[in-house]
Ligand binder design. Structure first.
Ligand code: KG4
Ligand code: ZN
Length: 340
């Protein structure tokens, strides 16, 4: 079975083709970073309009790279939420139109389900059950994953998502949007230990997170006229605080669930210091840690094509409409209803 995946939930337009026998056949992506940079963040209306401009050529190029015509496909998967509604509607409408015109099965995909299944695109794949740490611009979740659609959210952020905290602290440090990768780069020049920021909510039981206080701590520590070394040292201390907090909570969650595999996905999963710390913690505790390749941590359509394929492969029936949802708790997903 071959599935075309479409991702338009935020500021990346992406298309990919996944084949059940041959794996990922192609993936194409256009990032809108340059478009939104001057505004310091994503402008929803501009995002929707740019998706409209980019989606057609990307579909053609993904199909060409896969060596397929649209009629060779079995299904079209698209990100139906959570995300920016106008942006989601572009991918949803294009997917629904193509599916109707070419008699293909249409599969709405939950963006965070796609993120947590992204390691399945790698040669070394996790087996169910596993614990997933999902860290993106909009979400920070610890999820007990029993199978496709069998999710129990064990912990989440009570305020800012980790990626959002990276982006906001980056802004405080005068770094350009998108802040996460820029902050990580700056932290590489920082000296550990000069600043000491809190590890929020690690001193009490539970698996929830809170990152907004960390941003305030950075603001308080920041000198009026910071030198490049001040900024780098603060970036380093912030990154250390986030990484240690996430590592403590993952270790605690693994003890609670007894899972022997940990999946780390979402944009912040591209952070090298986080990857290193979680791998070390895994090695200490006999837990195998799985990551997508770094380019599939951030938004992409390969994960959407895979998630759509996995749902079709489990017997999910096609869905006729184009339901998109700005908010969509992962815990509302159900296991695949098998076709009658
Ligand atoms: O998953 P993603 O591409 O989009 C959402 O679904 O939100 O995640 C984007 C987030 C942004 O907040 C970005 O700053 C962060 O991931 N990010 C990083 C790194 N690369 C991306 N944060 C820290 N270190 C990185 N290397
Ligand atoms: Zn994402």
């Amino acid at each position: 079975m071959r599935v075309l995946g479409i991702e338009t939930s935020c500021d990346e337009t992406a298309v990919a083709v996944y084949d059940g026998d041959r794996g990922l056949l192609s993936h194409a992506l256009h990032s809108q970073v340059a478009l939104h940079a001057e505004y310091g963040g994503v402008v929803p209306e501009l995002a929707s309009r740019d998706h409209v401009r980019r989606i057609g050529p990307l579909i053609r190029s993904a199909l060409k790279d896969a060596g397929l015509a649209i009629g060779d496909l079995d299904g079209i998967a698209y990100t139906a939420g959570p995300g920016l509604v106008g942006a989601l509607m572009v991918g949803g409408a294009v997917a629904a139109g193509l599916a109707a015109a070419h008699d293909l099965r249409l599969v709405p995909v939950h963006h965070m389900e796609a993120h947590l299944l992204a390691p399945m695109l790698e040669p070394r794949r996790p087996e169910f059950p596993f614990l997933a740490l999902l860290v993106s611009g909009g979400h920070t979740l610890l999820v007990d994953v029993e199978g496709i659609g069998r999710y129990q959210v064990l912990g989440e952020s009570l305020d800012d998502a980790v990626g959002e905290a990276f982006d906001k602290v980056a802004k405080l440090l005068g770094l350009p949007y998108p802040g996460g990768p820029a902050l990580a780069e700056l932290a590489g020049h920082g000296r550990p230990g000069r600043f000491d920021f809190p590890r929020p909510m690690t001193d009490r039981p539970g698996l929830d997170f809170s990152f907004s206080g960390l941003k305030t701590a950075v603001l308080t520590a920041l000198p009026k006229d910071p030198s490049p070394q001040d900024r780098a040292d603060i970036a380093r201390a912030f990154e250390d605080a986030v990484v240690e907090t996430l590592t403590i909570k993952c270790t605690r969650a693994l003890e609670q669930t007894g899972d022997s595999s940990l999946v780390v996905a979402g944009g912040v999963g591209a952070n090298l210091r986080l990857r290193g710390a979680l791998e070390q913690a895994g090695a200490r505790n006999g837990v195998q840690v799985f990551f997508p390749r770094r380019e599939f941590c951030t938004d992409n359509a390969a994960m959407v094509a895979y998630a759509g394929w996995a749902r079709l492969a489990e017997g999910q029936r096609a869905d006729g409409g184009i339901p998109v949802r700005a908010r969509w708790p992962l815990s509302e997903l159900k296991p695949v209803p098998v076709a009658a």
